[in-house]
Design a protein around this ligand. Structure first.
Ligand code: AMP
Length: 458
């Protein structure tokens, strides 16, 4: 399996640091607002990467941070007149909900920055002790010139970067030195060895990744916009703090999602939240749309593109429906064309997985799938397909569906809606318990138990 590494700008053979175990960290959102379709693009892409690593048999730990304090959150909270952490919590919940709707379900642990304040302070302390960071009246800063590899991910030259910049804070040694701790008197501010304040943005990620993964791990991901300065700063902090190089074996970055050919922004009026998107489109359609472009390429959102995705998805559903019908019909278990179709199934599987092995090339994988659908439809029209072959096709589509996080089979989509109904019942039961209507709450639990669903209150 090959993965494109932003660090070397090459596709490299994938070999985890520790045999079968894969540690993957992807930068999570800054929860100052509702999530938008750009977030959807990036997190669907990494969800498929996670699914495929698991499918290949790797034991994956997928970690994501949540930036729950930063300037944007504080500004927005002040505008709304609420506590910044309350605003962050509300948006975080909306984010989780959106991700679940988009079937982004493979993150093992979400780590909130503000729940790792001690770890952040410890890492800053280490950087000061080792001489990489220094304190001034306005904060604690990382001295870029102390880290000789600065710029290696984004291919930038630190001297040029600093020459062309005006120092925004004369207390800093160099214009490009970035904040590890911002001294602040006003709320919200937390105690630290350097007085009240709050952490800089870059340090939260390395404090979190060091806590759960140690100083080195396999994959670090995020959108392209994060390469500089964010990921560059992360490398400087982590490699200086731990002396282990490289911090990350494979750096992966997703291309940007634009709307109608332009960058999405509130001022252009083309800003689309996931909530708004899902009022018009099925989440699976958006997921299909995202996967029809390679994760590193830019992708342009438009109604036409979404409608096209809807049509393509319908073609798959239609075939699955036809298969179900034929499995109920009185047709032969085997026939003389079986070998031909079994070969076709095998080749399609090979093509699909070869594309996925080639830096998660989902558009090529999908085109193998659609070529297959064309051939199978012909076979069905000629009455060439036996029950056994239909069963094999179903199995193949289940595998594809698992890897892509798409629901192809009608049966499993029924299971999905059954899940949703159970969740509704669980929510209603919770409300009943809060109202102390234990009798009805127990009845819901009892009746779910009758059909094999155990509810445990923890
Ligand atoms: P943010 O909430 O802005 O910190 O972004 C969280 C993640 O979403 C980062 O990895 C960003 O690179 C990614 N992201 C933000 N906007 C877009 C976009 N328009 N297209 C793709 N990814 C995006």
């Amino acid at each position: 399996m090959k993965i494109y590494n932003t660090m070397t700008r090459k596709k490299e053979e994938f070999k985890p640091l520790n045999e079968n175990r894969v540690k993957m960290f992807v930068c999570g959102p800054t929860v100052y607002d509702k999530s938008h379709i750009g977030h959807g693009r990036t997190y669907i892409s990494f969800d498929v990467i996670a699914r495929y690593l698991k499918y290949k048999g790797y034991s994956l730990f997928y970690l994501q941070n949540i930036t729950d304090i930063d300037d944007k959150i504080i500004k927005r909270a002040n505008e709304l007149g609420i506590e910044p952490l309350k605003l962050a919590k509300e948006n975080e919940e909306l984010y989780f909900n959106d991700m679940e709707l988009l079937s982004v379900t493979n993150v093992n642990f979400y780590a909130r920055a503000m729940e790792h304040l001690n770890e952040i302070i410890n890492q800053i302390q280490t950087l000061i002790t080792k001489g990489f960071a220094y304190e001034t009246p306005t904060g604690v800063y990382f001295d870029e010139f102390c880290f000789e590899d600065f710029g290696k991910l984004s291919n930038r030259n630190i001297e040029e970067l600093n020459v062309s910049r005006v120092n925004p804070d004369p207390t800093k040694r160099n214009p490009g030195d970035f904040a590890l701790w911002k001294k602040r008197e006003e709320e919200p501010a937390w105690d630290s060895p350097w007085g009240k304040g709050r952490p800089g943005w870059h340090i939260e990620d390395t404090a979190i990744s060091e806590t759960y993964f140690g100083g080195q791990f396999d994959i670090h991901g995020g959108g392209l916009d994060l390469i500089f300065p964010h990921h560059e700063a992360e490398i400087a902090q982590m490699e200086s703090a731990t002396d282990k190089k490289p911090m990350v074996k494979y750096w992966m970055h997703t291309g940007f999602l634009n709307v109608g050919g332009e960058k999405m922004s509130k001022s252009l009026g083309n800003f689309i939240t996931i909530e708004k998107l899902l009022k018009e489109y099925d989440p699976q359609v958006f997921r299909f749309f995202v996967l029809s472009t390679h994760y590193r390429s830019p992708i342009d959102f438009s109604d036409e593109a979404l409608q096209q995705s809807e049509k393509s998805l319908k073609r798959i559903h239609k075939l699955m429906e036809t298969i179900e019908e034929h499995l109920e019909m009185d047709i032969k278990q085997q026939n003389e064309n079986d070998n031909k179709y079994i070969k076709l199934i095998e080749n399609t599987g090979k093509e699909f997985f070869k594309a996925m092995d080639n830096d998660f090339n989902t558009p090529t994988a999908l085109s193998a799938l659609f070529n297959f659908i064309r051939d199978v439809n012909k076979g069905i029209n000629h009455g060439e397909i036996s029950k056994n072959v239909f069963k094999e096709i179903k199995l193949l589509f289940n595998e594809f569906g698992y890897v892509l996080g798409l629901t192809f089979s009608i049966k499993s989509s029924k299971i999905d809606s059954a899940d949703e109904i159970v969740n509704i019942l669980v929510d209603i039961r919770e409300k009943l318990r809060k109202k102390k209507d234990y009798e009805l709450a127990d009845e819901i639990r009892g009746r779910l138990k009758d059909i094999g669903i155990n509810l445990e209150d923890k």
